[in-house]
Design a protein around this ligand. Structure first.
Ligand code: SF4
Ligand code: SF4
Length: 362
């Protein structure tokens, strides 16, 4: 009986999502839907239709609720016996997830109007070096963002059907704290994942407003709902390298972090790009380790990667490393599974990155 009611609910929700439509009214909307929505690239603000945010949110719902979500998993999740502590943490996790969802929706809409207040010639008065120092202090003190990079965005990493406004990116990294991630796949790890998404999302929205006040025209992108592929972007900005499971490995946190960029109009800061040789040994180490692949409960990590492009400047290839359809049931069941993050040797911290690097470079 219960199973039937879950199925009926699932059918209803899927129908609502399938029927979400936005009717193009203005010539800009019509042109946007017809000509640009399916071509990734960089667009001027005036070329973007206000319906863009709507399209993005609809696509996010469709991808997550129509194809990836397994209703049986949710049903089991609801009926599963849990301790009082797990239920309490679960409520807090849902609160963080809702906050992250709201932040993602805001970040899709806001940038169109807000940059109008920033004069086009404002950037000519900016002292990049001084602003970079100020930015690092602001982001660290107010939002506990531990790492920032700056780079030019390779056009090939803009995701299919997406558009960004500018061709340079500040890349922000926020740590997921180790004691919480060590609880994976249980409640605390899920909470930490959603908390980091939510906090970093709030951070890039706030830092964008701060940058605009300094005369920088910019566009924040929430850590959820990326318009471009974040891991190669962070690799290009010299912050780390992609691991076997597709997540970023950094010297400081291993895989325990989330990434979010702010796209900006001019190269006002020095690029933080590093010689890829500095990180290429990580790929060789992953080939020997394969721990994430062996421990993944969904068998979602692919040993043979699907390569979309292997000619991207500095970072080389763009590869899909895990199957989201296999990962998603576990990710939703635990509200952020994170087993692969926990078992990665680099996530231990305490200088383990440097120890492995030394051995691999011998
Ligand atoms: S989050 Fe869990 S299910 Fe998804 S790839 Fe990592 S270990 Fe596998
Ligand atoms: S667990 Fe091992 S194989 Fe997987 S990303 Fe980490 S180092 Fe690479």
């Amino acid at each position: 009986m219960k199973k039937k009611s879950v199925e009926t609910k699932s059918r209803k929700i899927k129908r609502v999502i399938r029927n979400l439509r936005f009717t193009a009214k203005t010539p800009t909307d019509k042109k946007f839907l017809k000509e640009t929505i399916n071509k990734p690239g960089i667009l001027k603000a005036t070329e973007r239709s206000p319906m863009y945010g709507f399209e993005k949110i609809r696509n996010f719902l469709r991808d997550n609720f129509m194809s990836r979500l397994k209703w049986e998993t949710i049903d089991n999740h609801i009926t599963e016996k849990k301790t009082f502590k797990d239920r309490l943490v679960g409520i807090r996790t849902i609160k963080q997830s809702l906050g992250a969802g709201k932040g993602m929706a805001i970040s899709q809409y806001r940038e169109l109007s807000e940059n109008k207040e920033v004069p086009k010639e404002g950037y000519t008065h900016i002292d990049g070096e001084a602003l970079w120092k100020e930015l690092n202090i602001y982001a660290r003190k107010k939002w506990e963002v531990q790492k920032i990079g700056f780079t030019q965005i390779p056009q090939d990493i803009i995701l299919q059907g997406n558009h960004i406004l500018y061709k340079y990116a500040l890349v922000f990294i926020k740590e997921m704290r180790k004691p919480w991630i060590d609880d994976a796949p249980h409640a605390l790890a899920g909470y930490e994942t959603m908390r980091t998404y939510n906090q970093l999302g709030k951070a890039v929205l706030d830092i964008s407003s701060w940058l605009r006040k300094k005369g920088v025209r910019c566009q924040p992108n929430h850590p959820l709902g990326g318009l471009i592929s974040y891991v190669p972007l962070a690799g290009k900005a010299g912050l780390g390298w992609q691991g076997m499971n597709g997540l970023l490995i950094t010297p400081e946190f291993g895989q325990r972090q989330r990434i979010a960029p702010i796209y900006i109009e001019y190269p006002i800061f020095s690029f933080t790009d590093k010689n890829p040789e500095k990180f290429l040994w990580i790929e060789r180490y992953c080939e020997m380790c394969k721990r994430c692949l062996e421990e993944c409960p969904g068998d979602a990590i692919q040993e043979t990667k699907k390569i979309y492009n292997d000619q991207i400047e500095t970072i080389g290839r763009l590869a899909r490393c895990l199957d989201p359809i296999k990962c998603h049931p576990y990710f939703s069941r635990f509200l952020g599974c994170s087993i692969c993050v926990k078992v990665c040797p680099f996530s231990t911290g305490n200088g383990i990155f440097q120890i492995i690097e030394k051995k691999m470079k011998k």
